[in-house]
Design a protein around this ligand. Sequence first.
Ligand code: ATP
Ligand code: MG
Length: 304
Amino acid sequence: MSSAMKIEAIRRQAADLTRPFRINSGSKFRLKDFDPGDTLHMKPGDKLHAKEDLAAGVETLARLQDILYAQDRWGVLLIFQAMDAAGKDGAIKHVMSGINPQGCEVYSFKAPSSQELNHDFLWRCFRSLPQRGRIGIFNRSYYEETLVVRVHPELLGGQRLPEELIHKRIWKDRFQDIRALERYLARNGIAVCKFFLHVSRKEQKRRFLERLENPDKNWKFSPADLHERGYWDEYMEAYEDMIRNTATKHAPWYVVPADNKWFTRLVVATAVIETLASLGLQYPKVDPKVVKDLEAARKSLRGG
Ligand code: ATP
Ligand code: MG
């Protein structure tokens, strides 16, 4: 089997697992159709099996990343959004565990600094976009501008926007600008793939309690997270509207069930594999003249 055919087989296999969670077009999207506890046909007893699949997936991912890096044409941007304690950090850590750190960069976007507030909202993310041949990971992103800022519209006041630009249609405008950015990236060979880790309110409560009760996890707890939990329904509406407005074929959303970490990680790894395998990656072909030079070099080394 040629290597292109092998990669196509990998892509097809990955797509079989991710299909129920991939949103290519948002018009009919409803969050309530998605169950945070979903594990497809897998049962808790399959957890070990899923961990083996994840390990195999991480290896496949590392091989694809090696070609991405060598070919140096495509870039890949992975965006992670979620409520607190949904497992963003863990998913990023596990999924990226096998890949070459030289070819990957992670950026976390927190509440904007005063310097960042001096700029348009895409600025800080734009300057962190991945180079060709690299995987860039955004732990939170410009999508916060349609989530936390929408749930707390008073934050707009701190953004130093001209007053006449703060109006009711601002969220629609932001979706339009984000769609334009992502289309631009797709047209420039930067593949965008977005994850919403969908945790239930009940499971978030369990994880917060665990953080409070286990001294080794205390550092993960922040009272601000509890405050945001009070706005759960508003956040869910904002997430739903975000996906409805920004899911496209070239920059799909994956709504990943996040109540079971083992399943979340498997779906995320598989979706990243799917994205890489869809790019038609191949190692650069060496010029026939260079092949001759390589042959001469090999002979000379052997002889010496
Ligand atoms: P962890 O808590 O696991 O370290 P985190 O991503 O939750 O990771 P925090 O230090 O808690 O990191 O800070 C992130 C906070 O910054 C979130 O509450 C998020 O909503 C907020 N934030 C991110 N982008 C923006 C933005 N553009 N405007 C306002 N707040 C933002
Ligand atoms: Mg936090």
